[in-house]
Design a protein around this ligand. Structure first.
Ligand code: HEC
Length: 398
């Protein structure tokens, strides 16, 4: 078995694992936010006497559930207490191995873009890794400074910081890698919140109880602050993680602004759900979010392929006329034995006429309509060459 195939198998297993553990993490986190927001004060005097501040009834999978939340700590610690931390840690770990396999080991193809500032794969990886660390340090400092201030103020300042990072990264590395790294930066912050603050805080609360002392309420406040932030960050992160399938979002020169608007829309939509759990229906938030998304889609709609320049230079719209373009711009990655990739990505091999014909509509879509290929335009295709490919395809792809 060759290494290209082994990398492909490893990436399949890692991605699969990453999605599964992320579902477990985000699923449990959504569940607890919903639970917290939906609890009602108990009416049963026995529950009130026990110190229960909120409860609810739910039916699921044929059984009835009655979770109860204690106002402070329960009078006695139970023998078995469930913790929620490995969902988060395993999501981060599998994500880090995945980004390393796909982006850091193939940085020349995935992270470097000739039109961006960084041209060395090593530096591109450093910029990516640096953004993860910087993102956490700035977030953590802001959290400490603003723990007693309005969380809306925190949100505005942090949002501006994230947009600034998107602006910076999208000028340094390829748009695709920049979007993924903003997602990875936010997700690293979420996991670091769990690892450095939420879980240690819970451990301190329990240690104090075991010593028979009242736990310091600061641990509860910090944990709450950070888990609320995690909740709002979730939807933007998931957009960043799937964005690499949608080249139109990350390939323009204002991609950082596209990302800023989509993240804002995601936060507004999340806010609606958080309010709805508490019984408030504030439709203005999702409405604003949906309008923002529609606005972005309309703004980014492709104009007709620029065939005008090609018209000036008459070229025969037959395959032979575009073969040299494909040879120069594509086969470094798309060939039986590519030089820039371990194996032809997406199985697209363009080093034979049959191979090109087999995927002609996809070539048109990727090169002309979406401008997603060549990846990061590493091979520097020109607008004129794109127009020639458009002409060839529109004339019937003969
Ligand atoms: C630097 C490497 C690289 C170069 C150069 C490159 N591609 Fe790709 N191509 C990829 C990768 C990686 C994918 C897999 C899709 C993804 O990960 O987004 C891909 C996917 C594709 C697909 C399949 C997309 C789909 O899902 O339908 C087509 C078609 C394609 N490329 C055409 C081209 C053409 C035509 C050129 C030259 C103009 C080109 N590519 C140049 C790396 C490259």
């Amino acid at each position: 078995m060759d290494t290209a195939y082994l990398i492909e198998c490893a990436s399949l297993l890692l991605r699969w694992l990453h999605v599964i553990v992320a579902i477990a993490w985000i699923g449990s986190s959504f569940y607890f936010i919903w639970l917290d927001n939906s609890l009602k004060p108990p009416t049963d005097p026995a529950l009130i006497a026990k110190g229960v501040g909120g409860e609810l009834w739910a039916v699921h999978g044929g059984g009835f559930y009655n979770p109860q939340k204690y106002l402070g700590a329960p009078p006695r610690l139970p023998d078995e207490l469930h913790w929620f931390k490995w969902e988060s840690y395993s999501t981060w770990l599998s994500g880090f191995v995945l980004i390393s396999t796909l982006y850091y080991l193939q940085a020349g193809a995935y992270m470097v873009d000739p039109s961006k500032l960084i041209q060395s794969p090593g530096l591109a990886v450093l910029a990516g890794l640096g953004s993860l660390v910087l993102g956490w340090l700035v977030y953590d400092t802001l959290c400490r400074l603003l723990i007693d201030r309005s969380q809306l103020l925190f949100g505005v300042i942090y949002y501006l910081f994230v947009v600034g990072m998107a602006f910076g990264l999208s000028h340094l590395i390829s748009g695709r890698a920049a979007f993924l790294h903003i997602g990875a930066m936010l997700a690293t912050t979420m996991s670091a919140n769990v690892f450095f603050w939420i879980i240690p805080g819970q451990k301190k609360i329990i240690a104090a109880m075991e010593r028979g002392e009242a736990p310091d309420p600061i641990h509860g406040r910090r944990g709450k602050q950070r888990s609320v932030h995690n909740n709002y960050i979730t939807l933007p992160v998931i957009f960043c993680m799937i964005s690499n399938h949608y080249a139109f979002t990350y390939s323009g020169s204002l991609a950082w602004l596209v990302l800023a608007l989509i993240m804002l829309a995601a936060v507004l939509i999340r806010h609606f759900f958080n309010l709805r759990h508490k019984g408030k229906l504030a439709w203005q938030y999702p409405l604003a979010g949906v309008l923002l998304l529609l606005g972005v889609f309309i703004w980014l709609a492709p104009s007709r392929p620029a065939a005008a320049t090609a018209e000036a230079k008459p070229t025969l719209p037959v395959l032979a006329s575009i073969r040299p373009i494909i040879n120069d711009r594509c086969i470094a990655c798309h060939a039986e034995k590519p030089t820039m990739m371990p194996a032809a990505p997406a199985g697209v091999k363009l080093d034979s006429e049959a191979g090109i014909r087999a995927v002609a509509p996809r070539i048109y879509q990727q090169v002309v309509q979406l401008k997603a290929m060549p990846l990061g335009n590493v091979t520097k295709i020109t607008d004129d060459e794109r127009a020639q490919i458009a002409k060839w395809f529109e004339a019937g792809a003969h």
